[in-house]
Ligand binder design. Structure first.
Ligand SMILES: [Zn+2]
Length: 199
């Protein structure tokens, strides 16, 4: 694309690396960004840098956080006896949106997937066990995605925790099989949460 100005070409290239953005979308977005008032463009660039500089992972649950510990872990009104175990921070957002859960979270950082070379040791199970040893947790809700990797992860979790005498439940079916939690609507996710069963 030698006919494009080099900075524009560079921006299109950068955008092309984003999830779900192909070359055509990248071009459309790049021209849109070019049409923005300078202040808006600076604001957007600043927001990207700020996320890199200021957002990190909570030292307890590994959700995204501005401080050492996230707003959910530090909220005394939330029930510390129930922990909802999810794959990614995006899933926390989805479950929070359902409004049916008032406990705490643990973000594993993915799901067990032998094909992709992801075993339990790559996920934050050890950190979870350390949390459970403190003794106040009575139930873990396995809210991993309703696909093969998510199911395998939920089963592994149940086996891992059984010796500790902590109940492990699985969010109910009704979620689209093979799908991602983050795409489930609030009502479906709320129902799945209410209808959870012991593993
Ligand atoms: Zn946290």
């Amino acid at each position: 694309m030698a006919y494009l100005a080099a900075p524009l070409e560079n921006l299109i290239e950068q955008l092309c690396g984003l999830p779900g953005i192909g070359p055509k979308s990248a071009q459309r977005i790049a021209f849109f960004l070019m049409s923005l008032p300078r202040a808006d463009a600076v604001e957007l660039a600043r927001a990207i840098v700020e996320v890199k500089d200021k957002v990190r992972f909570c030292s307890i649950c590994f959700n995204v956080s501005e401080g050492e510990q996230c707003a959910i872990c530090t909220d005394a009104r939330r029930d510390g006896t129930v922990i909802c175990v999810v794959e990614e921070p995006r899933d926390v957002i989805a479950i929070e949106r359902s409004g049916r859960f008032a406990g705490k979270y643990h973000v594993l950082g993915g799901a067990i997937s032998p094909i992709d070379g992801v075993g339990p040791e790559q996920l934050r199970f050890k950190e979870l066990i350390d949390r459970l040893k403190e003794g106040s947790v009575t139930e873990l809700i396995a809210a991993t995605n309703p696909n093969a990797e998510g199911e395998a992860t939920a089963l592994y979790l149940a086996q891992l925790v059984r010796p500790l005498g902590i109940k492990v439940t699985r969010i109910a079916s009704g979620l689209p099989v093979g799908g991602d939690l983050e795409y489930a609507d609030e009502v479906t996710l709320g129902r799945a949460m209410d209808g959870r069963r012991e593993l």
